[in-house]
Design a binder for this molecule. Structure first.
Ligand SMILES: Cc1cc2nc3c(=O)[nH]c(=O)nc-3n(C[C@H](O)[C@H](O)[C@H](O)COP(=O)(O)O)c2cc1C
Length: 338
């Protein structure tokens, strides 16, 4: 069994070292429909959004359907959110039996309902429970177990290093560290100096996360922190081309910029995947947030964001996409006022 652990870890770590790119868990965005899109872009790793272990243990049909493996050369991970060591380990065993390649423990979510239940970043406050969860999962599965945390519970408690060292001793394979503390809003800057310190002091590979929106942000993050790899966050929403862009910058090869037609085709396919997984109504509601991300460099994005709120079905969405046109080297949404 020890041999198997080493073998699995080495496959994960080799790929991490070679590609330096993991895709993030993003609740509400890296759902089954978008992971199908992402898989077409050949990223090295794809992770689910955070999932409750109880939904897996109780075989919630929708959750199990969302956990059907998506074909592709990528390694597939599931992120668990919870605070009960036994339930987390039981869910991890099921995840492994479904053919997944790694499991990630959420130790960074700051959503109130999550932290009030003792999960997410509350685990950074309670290093004992965090360690207990990590130990239980590592002892229950053969696949790599990873964690995702922040620099600290809050700016007065920068405990990523102390917790990270404990997790490394337990056998956690790698840790993603979001370069903000718990109370910091997403718009605020990343603390590269603190991230570098964490990376220097924890003896396992650290993946740096925060404010990576393009290939150069990714390279700057590695240069500034010496991280083993990076993980974009919001930057991947509506931009699966970011995978190739980051890998191109890392390998110093030309960047492919998607043309308008590609963006239209992929955003439409994304909508169809959402309809297939949920239903037309839910898909359209989700696309009201997602579609503007595909076209965020549109000159009159505000009009696009406004008009999409009135879209109620696939035909209307297609009509709206048709109104996005080239305008010289830029793109423009041709609404009724233009
Ligand atoms: C809409 C949204 C959903 C998120 N969901 C998760 C999640 O399920 N699990 C997780 O560990 N982090 C989650 N995060 C945090 C991101 O993975 C990432 O750590 C954070 O956005 C910082 O990276 P960025 O500044 O590049 O966006 C989420 C963030 C956003 C904006």
């Amino acid at each position: 069994m020890f041999f198997v652990i080493l073998l699995n870890n080495s496959g994960f770590l080799e790929r991490l070292k070679k590609t330096k790119l993991l895709l993030p868990p993003l609740s509400g965005f890296t759902d089954y429909a978008y992971r199908q899109i992402l898989a077409e872009f050949s990223p090295p790793f794809i992770c689910t959004e955070m999932i409750s272990p109880h939904a897996i243990i109780h075989r919630n049909p929708k959750v199990l359907r969302s956990l059907e493996k998506i074909d592709g050369p990528h390694l597939s991970g599931v992120q668990l959110i919870g605070n009960e060591p036994k339930a987390m380990a039981e869910a991890a065993e099921i995840i492994e039996s479904l053919g997944y390649d790694y499991v990630d423990i959420n130790m960074g979510c700051t959503v109130k309902t999550v932290t009030n239940s003792g999960a997410g970043i509350a685990l950074m406050k309670s290093e004992e429970i965090a360690s207990e969860i990590a130990k239980n999962i590592v002892n229950s599965v053969n696949m790599p177990v990873t964690c995702k945390m922040r620099l600290g519970y809050n700016k007065a408690n920068l405990n990523a290093v102390t917790l990270g060292k404990k997790l490394a001793d337990i056998g956690i394979t790698s840790i993603t560290v979001h370069g903000r503390t718990g109370e910091k809003k997403l718009g605020l800057p990343i603390d590269y100096v603190k991230l570098r310190e964490v990376i220097e002091k924890i003896p396992i590979p650290i993946i740096a996360n925060g404010n990576i929106f393009n290939g150069f942000d990714a390279k700057n993050m590695i240069d500034a922190t010496n991280a083993a790899a990076i993980m974009p966050g919001r930057g991947i929403i509506g931009n699966p081309w970011l995978v190739a862009e980051i890998l191109s910058v890392f390998s110093n090869t030309p960047i492919h910029q998607p043309c308008l037609l590609e963006k239209k085709q992929v955003s439409l396919q994304h909508t169809l995947n959402l309809i297939n997984f949920y239903n037309e109504k839910t898909a359209i509601i989700k696309m009201r947030k997602i579609l503007p991300e595909y076209f965020k460099y549109c000159q009159n994005l505000i009009s696009l964001k406004k008009d999409i709120q009135n879209v109620n079905n696939l035909i209307e969405l297609q009509n709206l996409i048709d109104k996005i046109e080239k305008n010289g080297s830029k793109i423009k949404f041709k609404n009724i006022n233009t």
